[in-house]
Design a protein around this ligand. Structure first.
Ligand SMILES: Cc1ncc(COP(=O)(O)O)c(C=O)c1O
Length: 380
C-alpha cells in the first residue's frame, strides 16, 4: 500500500456495529471487565484507548515501523523516552534542537543526573569522538528547528550501531511523507504531532515509533507510569488530520520553495535557510535523504532588530505565533519566542541570531503569501 492510502485506511477500521465509516471517539477513562483482569485489551485510558491504538497503527505504517506510542505532546514523547535513562547516563544532542527539548534536558533531566553532550552532527569525527564516551543515546533533528540543518542520518545510524548507542530522530519537520529515519537505520523516531501530522493547529500531541518490541514496551510503560497519555478526542483529531498529510505536505513544500526563492531574491534579505534551495550548504544531502524539503523557511533581513520585529508583527496572512505545521501560515521570532528558553550565548554559539525569523509556510494561495511579504517589506 502506498503512503496516502495507508494514511486514510490503516488504523481506521469502520465500526461494524453501526457501519460508521469513521471510528467513534472513545471518551472513556475505564472499561468494564468480565472478571478481575479479564477484559478486551483495555483497562484504563492512561494505559490505552482504542483511539490511541488506531492512531498508533497509522503512525507506525507511515513511518514504516512496527510499533508506535502516542503521547500528550512532543515533549511528553521525549519525556517518555528519557525517563528510561538512569542517573549518570549521557545523551548526545544536536546543537540546533528545538529550544523546549533542550530546556527539558537541561532544566529537568539534568536534575536527575542525565547529562548532555552537544554536537555538530554534520561533523562525523566530532560525533564519533563523543560516542567513544559511551553515552546511552544520540538525539537529533534533521532538518533542525529553526536553522534547517541536515544531518546524514544513515552515517550517524552506522556509527550509533558500532558503539551500541540508541539513535533517536525527531522527524517533526520532515514528517514521514518526506523522510523515514527508521529505514535509514534510526532506532526510534519521535514526532510532535502538534505540527504537520495533526496539521490544523487544534491539538497538542506526540508520538514515538520503533521496530524494537522491547523499546515499545518500555515506552508504553513510561506513558502509563508517568501519565503522559493524550485525550482520546485529541488522538481522534490527529487521526482525522493525518488523512490529508500527503496533499498538505506537497502544497506546504511548493509554497515554501516559492517563498524561499522570493526572499532569496529580495534586496532586504540577508540570508535564507531552506534545504530545497541549491544555495543551502546541504542541498545535495537533503535531495538524497528526503523526498521533499518541507514547509519551514528561515531568514535574516537587512534590518535592525526593531525593524525586524515590526516587520513580522505587520503581516496580514502570516500570523505572529509559536508553533508550525498547520494549514495557516505563521511567523515566529525564535530568539524571543520558541527558542527564548536558550541563553543568548547558547543561541549565538549555534548560529541562531537575534534577527532570525522562521516562517511556517501554510497551504494558502502562494501569490497571496508572497504579496503579504512583498507589501510589508516595501514599507520597511
Ligand atoms: C522539532 C520539534 N520537536 C518537538 C517539539 C515539542 O513538541 P510539543 O510542542 O508538541 O511538545 C517541537 C515544538 O515546537 C518541535 O518543533
Amino acid at each position: 500500500m502506498k503512503f496516502s492510502t495507508k494514511a486514510i485506511h490503516i488504523g481506521q477500521i469502520q465500526d461494524y456495529s453501526t457501519g460508521a465509516i469513521i471510528p467513534p471517539i472513545y471518551m472513556t477513562s475505564t472499561y468494564a471487565q468480565e472478571a478481575p483482569n479479564e477484559h478486551k485489551g483495555y483497562d484504563y485510558t492512561r494505559a490505552g484507548n482504542p483511539n490511541f491504538t488506531n492512531l498508533e497503527q497509522t503512525l507506525a505504517a507511515l513511518e514504516e515501523g512496527k510499533y508506535a506510542t502516542v503521547f500528550s505532546s512532543g515533549l511528553g514523547a521525549t519525556t517518555g523516552l528519557i525517563s528510561n535513562l538512569q542517573k549518570g547516563d549521557m545523551v548526545i544532542v544536536g546543537n540546533d534542537l528545538y529550544g523546549g527539548t533542550l530546556r527539558l534536558f537541561n532544566q529537568v533531566f539534568h536534575n536527575f543526573g542525565v547529562s548532555l553532550l552537544s554536537v555538530n552532527s554534520s561533523n562525523k569525527l566530532e560525533v564519533e569522538n563523543l560516542l567513544k564516551k559511551q553515552p546511552k543515546m544520540i538525539f537529533l533533528e534533521s532538518p533542525t528547528n529553526p536553522l534547517l540543518k541536515i544531518t546524514d542520518l544513515a552515517v550517524i545510524a552506522k556509527l550509533a550501531k558500532k558503539y551500541k548507542v540508541l539513535f533517536v530522530v525527531d522527524n517533526t519537520f520532515a514528517t514521514p511523507y518526506f523522510q523515514n529515519p527508521l529505514n535509514l537505520g534510526a532506532d526510534l523516531v519521535l514526532h510532535s504531532t502538534t505540527k504537520y501530522i495533526g496539521g490544523h493547529s487544534d491539538i497538542v500531541g506526540g508520538a514515538v515509533i520503533t521496530n524494537n518490541k522491547n523499546l515499545k514496551e518500555k515506552i508504553d510503560f513510561a506513558r502509563k507510569a508517568i501519565g503522559l497519555n493524550p485525550s482520546p478526542f485529541d488522538a481522534w483529531l490527529i487521526s482525522r488530520g493525518i488523512k490529508t498529510l500527503s496533499i498538505r505536505m506537497d502544497k506546504h513544500a511548493q509554497n515554501a520553495l516559492s517563498v524561499a526563492k522570493f526572499l532569496e531574491a529580495h534586496h532586504k534579505v540577508k540570508k535564507v535557510y531552506y534545504p530545497g534551495l541549491p544555495s543551502h550548504p546541504q542541498y545535495k544531502l537533503a535531495k538524497k535523504q528526503m523526498r521533499g524539503f518541507g514547509g519551514i523557511v528561515s531568514a535574516e533581513f537587512n534590518l535592525d532588530l526593531k525593524q525586524t520585529k515590526k516587520l513580522i508583527s505587520s503581516f496580514q496572512i502570516f500570523s505572529l505565533a509559536e508553533s508550525l505545521g498547520g494549514v495557516e501560515s505563521l511567523v515566529d521570532h525564535p530568539a524571543s519566542m520558541t527558542h527564548a528558553s536558550m541563553s543568548k550565548q547558547e543561541r549565538e554559539r549555534n548560529g541562531l541570531s537575534d534577527g532570525l525569523v522562521r516562517f511556517s509556510v501554510g497551504i494558502e494561495d502562494k501569490d497571496d503569501l508572497i504579496n503579504d511579504l512583498k507589501v510589508q517589506l516595501s514599507l520597511r
